[in-house]
Design a protein around this ligand. Structure first.
Ligand code: ZN
Length: 259
């Protein structure tokens, strides 16, 4: 990873990862990376197949074009700051009533709830913020960590393959509840790394931060904080604003304005 992301992680290590160093958070992988990625890719493909069957794939051309354009810019920013993704092609697929705001999968696929995009009337800067956050989950390998957690929690003899671990996780909400403390750390990491990706993509950070005000309004309406693995929107807004300020300072230090 290039300095941009490293700097953000370093600066936020104290605040965000107080329960362990970034290395400490990443348990040793229980399954080979390719096997874990294949299990998650299979799940994403399943969601897309279901959406085709249910006719819930978003058909609005202009909305699809907007999301494709923002995804291309965010994907190029990822390629520029993390060489593992230099040749990746990212896809964002809009599904109506997907049920999550957005979800990222290995294979550089991001499923986005079209209803969420419409309800919150997301502008391109806010969309970029969401896609950068989701891409950050992929960069940080969070999906594979979830499966390693299952292997540790249930014992690998119960879940000998990554696919079995994933199916077990999805079958019972109790696992998501047990995983929540780790999920919270992952969300903070995705906000920090996402800020660096967003910054590299060159969108308007002030406009993008508006997403957190919209999310805060949703929180008061829906009151589902107890099941949420994110910090409250106001807390996230503060953390991401500080990450942007730090990135601006870092960038200004490397490219001082000529006197
Ligand atoms: Zn997230």
């Amino acid at each position: 990873m290039k300095t941009c992301i490293a700097v953000v992680l370093l600066l936020f290590a104290g605040a965000c990862l107080a329960q362990g160093s970034p290395e400490g958070m990443h348990n040793r992988a229980a399954y080979p990376e390719s096997e874990a990625a294949a299990a998650w890719r299979g799940l994403a493909a399943g969601y897309v197949r279901q959406a085709i069957k249910d006719r819930t794939l978003e058909e609005d051309r202009s909305l699809n074009a907007r999301v494709d354009a923002v995804m291309a810019t965010v994907g190029a920013a990822v390629a520029a700051i993390d060489s593992r993704f230099a040749h990746s092609s990212w896809r964002a697929i809009l599904i109506n009533d997907f049920g999550y705001g957005a979800a990222a999968f290995p294979g550089e696929t991001i499923l986005v709830d079209a209803t969420f995009v419409r309800t919150l009337q997301l502008n391109d800067d806010e969309l970029a913020m969401i896609l950068a956050h989701e891409a950050a989950h992929v960069l940080a390998g969070h999906a594979s960590e979830k499966l390693s957690f299952m292997a540790e929690f249930l014992g690998k003899e119960k879940v000998p393959t990554a696919r079995k671990a994933l199916l077990a996780f999805l079958a019972d909400d109790a696992y998501a509840a047990a995983y929540r403390p780790t999920a919270l750390l992952q969300e903070r990491e995705a906000d920090a790394v996402g800020a660096a990706i967003f910054f590299a993509a060159g969108y308007d950070s002030r406009r993008a931060l508006g997403i957190f005000d919209k999310l805060a309004e949703l929180e008061t309406r829906e009151d589902r904080r107890d099941q949420d693995s994110h910090d409250a929107a106001a807390v996230r807004k503060q953390a991401v604003s500080e990450a942007f300020a730090e990135l601006r300072r870092f960038h200004a230090g490397r490219h001082p304005t000529p006197q």
